[in-house]
Design a protein around this ligand. Structure first.
Ligand SMILES: *Cc1c(COP(=O)(O)O)cnc(C)c1O
Length: 392
């Protein structure tokens, strides 16, 4: 048996069988490359599902974490610490929203937002606490987050879920208008749908939803867990538009590898107060040192500007592919969150890419998703396109 086979067998004997994993055992990463335990090299256009914004082995980032590990990893939220104060200020300033709560994951950020919405509804005297979510959305797998995830397949085995959730069609303002009322406590949506197949919100839709929320005193929750943190070519994807959310959700590339998320809200949405919420690990010194360093690196290495440029390069390359190959029926996205929709279910293609040394991720609607580390360069794009073409 190869080393990979041994590890896979050991893992399968102990794990609960939830994930159908690819039979690849990664050992280490370097820049935009991953290496498996046999030493095979992979170009990574998945970034651990849009997490590894700075790629692998970023010196400055790693040093900051090592330093913090030796200093202090955890204190609980009974006390203050400097990395927390810094990370919260930087996230506040980057988002333009005043109040930050750090979580351990994206899902927990969603949960926090749902609690803010509920309390907002209670305070505003709304009866049904209706929440409007989108079809083909993804917000996580806990019971609350799953309740607003517009995917029957994920929801089916766990019904009944939270009541009073209504699903609208993404980018169809009329479908939101038909559901919204004075009892609506919040609308939750991704600024760019990720799992659903890489669909950016149209200007008309996002502005329209914002206006409906204002009209009915409902909170607008933007889930930027996947599309935020520079990935769209803006620090946060909503910053391309003229609106602001009441609550912004972050995770994935927020910590560039360590498990951290956040919900950030404005004064209007800050309904929770002392004792209403909590977490033991959330925002501990280690993850906050990572978040704080990530913001500094983004600024000094001009990551967002870089994403805009290299994202445009990727866009043009994928447009060329679309015009050349009949099997590519659509191309969507922005910055370094792009997708190609195929005429066939691209599962086998994703597997073939992996065998050929290229990591890409499937999304819904026959889409292959490209969410590489934000630090990729033009050469990496060329290399990826070459590999993909050889497999089409
Ligand atoms: C990944 C993701 C989540 C869930 O985040 P976890 O860290 O896996 O809990 C929620 N919303 C969106 C848009 C995501 O992409």
């Amino acid at each position: 048996m190869t080393k990979s086979e041994q590890i896979i067998q050991a893992a399968d004997s102990a794990y609960l069988s939830i994930y159908r994993r690819f039979p690849v055992v990664f050992d280490h990463g370097d820049g935009v490359y991953l290496y498996d335990v046999e030493g095979k090299k992979y170009l990574d256009f998945g970034a651990g599902i849009a997490v590894m914004g700075l790629g692998y082995g970023h010196k400055r980032y790693n040093e900051a974490l090592k330093k913090q590990i030796d200093k202090l990893i955890h204190t609980s939220n009974l006390f203050y610490h400097e990395p927390g104060a810094e990370a919260a200020q930087k996230l506040r300033d980057a988002s333009g929203l005043n109040h930050v709560f750090f979580t351990n994951s994206g899902t927990e950020a969603v949960e926090g937002a749902l609690k803010l919405a509920k309390k907002h509804a209670n305070q505003a005297g709304k009866n049904d606490y209706d929440i409007i979510a989108m079809k083909h959305s993804f917000h996580g797998r806990s019971l609350g987050a799953l309740s607003v995830t517009g995917n029957d397949h994920y929801q089916e085995p766990f019904r009944p879920l939270i009541q009073n959730i209504k699903f609208a069609d993404y980018n169809d303002l009329k479908s939101v208008e038909a559901l919204v009322s004075d009892n609506t406590s919040a609308v939750i949506m991704e600024t760019i749908q990720g799992e659903g197949g890489i669909y950016p919100a149209t200007e008309e839709f996002l502005n329209g939803v914002r206006a409906l929320c204002d009209k009915h005193n409902a909170l607008l929750i933007l889930d930027e867990i996947q599309c935020g943190m520079g990935r769209s070519g803006y620090m946060f994807a909503f910053q391309k538009y003229d609106i602001e959310p009441d609550i912004l959700l972050c995770a994935k590339a927020l910590g560039c590898g360590v498990p951290v998320g956040a919900f950030v809200c404005n004064d209007k949405a800050a309904s929770m107060t002392y004792g209403d919420h909590g977490t033991t690990y959330g925002g501990n010194p280690l993850v906050c040192a990572a978040v704080s360093e990530v913001f500094d690196i983004f600024k000094e290495e001009k990551i967002v500007e870089h994403v805009k440029e290299v994202g445009e390069y990727l866009w043009n390359k994928l447009e060329e592919l679309k015009s050349k190959y009949d099997c590519i029926v659509d191309h969507r996205g922005r910055g370094l969150i792009q997708g190609l929709e195929f005429s066939f279910e691209p599962k086998d293609l994703v597997r073939k890419c992996l065998d050929g040394g290229l990591v890409v991720i499937a999304a819904e609607n026959k889409t292959v998703r490209f969410v590489p580390p934000l630090v990729i360069n033009y050469g990496d794009v060329d290399e990826m396109v070459e590999m993909l073409v050889s497999l089409l």
